[in-house]
Design a binder for this molecule. Sequence first.
Ligand SMILES: [Cu+2]
Length: 394
Amino acid sequence: MADQTCLASSHGGCFQMRSLALILSICAFVGFNTQSAISQTPASDATPTMSGSGASPNNNPDRLKHVVEQLVAPPRLPEHEQVASGGSSVVEVTLTVQEKKLQIAPDATIWAMTYNGTVPGPMIVVHQDDYVQITLVNPSTNTLIHNVDFHAATGAEGGATMTTVAPGQQVTVRWKAIKPGVFVYHCAPGGLVVPLHVVLGMNGAIMVLPRDGLKDENGNPVHYDKAYYIAEQDYYVSKDENGNYKKYNSPAEAFGDMIQLFKTLKPSHIVFNGIANSLTGDHALTANVGDKVLFITSQANRDTRLHLIGGHADLVWLGGSFSDKPATDYESWPVVGGSAVAMLYQFREPGTYLYLNHNLIEAFAFDARAEITVKGEWNDDLMKQVSPPRPLDE
Ligand SMILES: [Cu+2]
């Protein structure tokens, strides 16, 4: 591994030396056993719970109570309080790296790099001034080094070097969530290996709620009835001479082709939650008329823009910051590459809504879209077909 001093100057002159060192270190791990799970089964998909124990709260994280947050597969969020009922705590989470085969479209399979087996990784939820105690597990069945850079954390590299683990290792790091908002986390081993891991799926998000909960544009409390985590993922899968997507025997085997392709900045696939059409049809999200739904959307690598066809962003926390007042009634809203954004909408009419990237080519020629099936009573006052299709008036 490159030394920490060098890694800390991530935009400085150490770049080439660091990249070389990292690539060499990664090559050293290639050849370890590989695994080939083909389903997107999360490592932890039990009923979400948070259990607490320990001493009374104070400002010393070594004496705060610890709670274990059971992470769940997106688009679900772990069970959490919208308004914190107690003082700061140490929230323990475990992310287990799984290098796994993942069929991202009917004709394309990649060696995905995942936290807990899903693309994106699980949403973590804490409150401002909680401590996140992350244990990163890199099973010996993996082939590469991995780590986590938390955009929500404060400190060098978001903890990337501190959390770096080789196959067969685990590490525990604690950081304080001082900024409220929604934030991306992603693997960042250094140099070109950073985008390699990120565009193979190794990213997720964390929500740091204000302790007294979300507020609307006037400072009044906002409660959501349900919340969904949707991440857009760009993939770069090369084709062979016959026009078929290539298959590889290990993650590292694809790296040369991927680097060539992603330098074109033209993704082969753009999908929501890791797999084409994973949030449409039978997998559509659900809501009832009257529900206030919080949508958290991240893009770890590339700019996008979201839109809810048939609705609006009642509230949107642009840039993901809960320190700012939310904007109101946007028709579409940006998600800058390397960020997450939270949007709240109260469904007022039943039907099937599309939640999509409003570059409509990326939504429909690619697969950057989700569906929400909303049940309830239709309100004619909001929309009514005054006269059905009929012959032209003469
Ligand atoms: Cu990684």
